[in-house]
Design a protein around this ligand. Sequence first.
Ligand code: AMP
Ligand code: ZN
Length: 437
Amino acid sequence: MTISASIYDPQTECMSREQLRALQSERLRRIVRYEYENVPLYRQKMDAAGVRPEQIRGVEDICRLPFTEKSDLRDSFPYGLLAVPKQQIVRIQGSSGTTGKPIVVGYTESDVEIWTEMVARALTAAGGGADDIVQICYGYGLFTGGLGAHQGAARIGAMVVPMSSGNTQRQLMMLQELGATMLCCTPSYATLLGESLRQMNVDRSRLRLKSGCFGAEPWSEEMRQKLEELLGLEALNIYGLTEIAGPGVAYECLQKNGMHINEDHVLAEIIDPASGEPLPYGSSGELIFTTLTKQGQPMLRYRTRDICTLYDDPCPCGRNTLRMGRISGRTDDMLVIRGVNVFPSQIEAALIGVGGVAPHFVLVVERVNSSDTLEVRVELTEEMFSDTVSHLEGVKRALAEQVKSVTGVQAKITLAPPKSIPRFEGKAKRVIDNRKL
Ligand code: AMP
Ligand code: ZN
């Protein structure tokens, strides 16, 4: 299916790099002063770093500013980082999956508005508009996925089907009966939906889906192919994090060559996670965001822990914004196995590349005689499950070789029966690290 995609806000999204830099510089000067005056922690951090707001003349001075970390949000829970009185906050959202103290973020009316616009841009880039029916199966609640996608879809005038997560049979019934043209959920849940349809022998021609905005967790190009084949849609990546806004911080257009960053609202940098030094576009490192327009809980050089690469070459779609590549891992979910850095996303790509296995896997890391072992438990497809033992041994060898060639680590492959690895309706959990116990 060919999808005609328009641009939600051509003036901003297609602005030249020079214009954009000037806009960012002006906004940065303003927000740094605002943060210094309104958030005690930022004032303390800037004083400690010996930098005053007037020394920040533009984006070229960004590296003089101190970083903010997740622990700053935890330590100031719940309201310590607000830059406005609580009366101006109209929404609280929170982060999923953190251990211990949660983090929450307060949004003013203007913050919700800007976030809505960011998602509207993402859905428009995915070919969305007023004629679309958008089924949202991200969770609704403190997690930003559901409400974020909802607001954006409503903004472009689409018909919203706010399913939230869970109840797969009902999701599938609604998909067919209401005829959603766009799907918003995690890539792992989209896989589950697609596989369930296949098991029910529902031909994908029964669906009217044309595109899907999948995010909130890492996934791979191989997974994209799998999803496109299962659901018959264009599978696009969407990225965000609660601390900055939620989904829509960056989004892929139909060119599928990286996610356009909403740079008029966020300033992105890549740093070396060990030294904190800035890295040039094109190199892989930790992604840092500074919000440029946020009022409620602005973020100053926030260390996302996400590892990726930024690209500034032009995109054929006409947008001139920086693009971020797939998140290849997090500085905190990176496994170091016998001294080698391994990311679950690399393993996913290796497994799907071999074929015969479903994109459901768990990594189990143990320490045996002071040496690390990696076991990859991966599920066989139904067809493979009934195959001969000798053939399965071949599959196992091929998988081990592929994992070794992609990660450099020798892994034990365990083939698991179909449907034996847990499914996730939200973000998938792929690592069991028994070394920490
Ligand atoms: P949360 O604030 O709980 O929604 O989590 C945000 C985190 O989810 C990000 O920092 C990323 O680690 C991850 N995330 C969100 N979107 C994506 C994506 N498209 N690809 C990979 N990871 C993602
Ligand atoms: Zn593009």
